[in-house]
Design a protein around this ligand. Structure first.
Ligand SMILES: Nc1ncnc2c1ncn2[C@@H]1O[C@H](COP(=O)(O)OP(=O)(O)OP(=O)(O)O)[C@@H](O)[C@H]1O
Length: 252
C-alpha cells in the first residue's frame, strides 16, 4: 500500500525528516508517536503533498506508484486522505457542497457514477449520524465556527464519505472529549477493511486502546527510532521517551 524509503524533507532549508523508512501493507493500522517537534505532522503533510515542504531525498510508493511526483489533487483522487491536526475553515463554502464535490471527483476518477444532490444529501445525513454530528453542520460553512471536537468529527465524516485507500489521521484525538473519542474511533474501526490502511499520529495511548494498531513507531529527530506492536504504546505511556535515549525535555 505505502512504501517509504529513506525519506528526507526540509522546510525553509531546515532538515526535518532525516531518513524515514516505513512499509504499510493493505489493511494495516500503523500508529506514529513521538515527542513534540519530532516531525510527525511534517511526515503527514509531505505524504499529502503540502508545498511548504521540500523532499530532498528518498522515495514513496503508494500502490506501487511514485506518490511524490503527483499533485495534491491526484494523491487525493488515488485514495490518500489526510485528517488535519488543525482542520481549516472555508467560510462561504457549505460543508455539503464541499463534500459532494470532493466525493464526486473521487467517484469520477474511479469510474463510478457521480451522486446527485438528493442522493448525496441522504448519504451525508446517514454518515453525519454515525459520527454524532447534527445534520445542521452539513449546511454550515466548512468547519466555520465548529468547535475543536466538531471539526474532528467532521474530518472523520469526510473520511467515511471519501472511502480512502490510505487514511492519515494527524492527532485526530486532540481536543476530543471522551464520548467524541469513542465515536471517532468507532467511525475509524467501522472503516477498517482489508484494502484500507491507516497511519494514525497520536500522543496518547488512550486512542490506541480504541483503534488497535498493528504496529507502533516512535518518530524522534526526523527518524523512526523504534517500532513494535501495540504494547510499545503502553510502554511509552508508562516510561515516557527518556529510556529510548531521547532528551526528556524535548519530549515534554
Ligand atoms: N512551515 C514551517 N516552517 C518552519 N518550521 C516548521 C514548519 N513546519 C514544521 N516546522 C518545524 O519542523 C519541526 C517538526 O514539526 P512537526 O509539526 O512535524 O512536529 P510534530 O512531531 O508533529 O510535533 P507535535 O507533536 O508538537 O505536533 C518543528 O521544529 C517545527 O517547528
Amino acid at each position: 500500500m505505502l512504501s517509504i524509503k529513506n525519506l528526507h524533507a526540509t522546510v525553509d532549508g531546515t532538515p526535518i525528516l532525516k531518513g524515514i523508512n516505513l512499509e504499510i501493507k493493505p489493511g494495516e493500522v500503523h500508529a506514529i508517536m513521538g515527542p513534540n517537534g519530532s516531525g510527525k505532522s511534517t511526515l503527514s503533510q509531505v505524504l499529502a503533498g503540502h508545498e511548504a515542504f521540500e523532499v530532498t531525498a528518498g522515495q514513496v510508493l503508494m500502490n506501487g506508484e511514485d506518490l511524490l511526483s503527483k499533485e495534491i489533487e491526484e494523491r487525493a483522487r488515488d485514495g490518500l486522505f489526510l485528517a488535519f491536526q488543525y482542520p481549516v475553515e472555508i467560510p462561504g463554502v457549505s460543508n455539503i457542497q464541499f463534500l459532494r464535490t470532493a466525493v464526486n471527483s473521487v467517484r469520477k476518477h474511479r469510474g463510478e457514477p457521480e451522486l446527485d444532490a438528493v442522493g448525496f444529501m441522504k448519504l451525508a445525513k446517514e454518515t453525519a449520524k454515525r459520527v454524532d454530528l447534527d445534520i445542521s453542520f452539513l449546511k454550515r460553512g466548512v468547519n466555520e465556527g465548529f468547535s475543536g471536537g466538531e471539526k474532528k468529527r467532521n474530518e472523520i465524516m469526510q473520511m467515511m464519505l471519501l472511502e480512502p485507500r490510505l487514511a492519515i489521521l494527524d492527532e485526530t484525538d486532540s481536543g476530543l472529549d471522551i464520548d467524541a473519542l469513542k465515536t471517532v474511533s468507532e467511525g475509524v474501526n467501522a472503516n477498517r477493511s482489508p484494502d484500507r490502511s491507516f497511519l494514525v499520529v497520536t500522543h496518547y495511548q488512550r486512542l490506541l486502546s480504541y483503534i488497535i494498531p498493528d504496529y507502533v513507531h516512535v518518530l524522534a529527530g526526523g527518524q523512526i527510532i523504534k517500532s513494535g506492536g501495540r504494547d510499545l504504546a503502553l510502554e511509552l505511556e508508562d516510561k515516557g521517551y527518556g529510556w529510548l535515549g531521547i532528551n526528556e525535555a524535548a519530549a515534554s
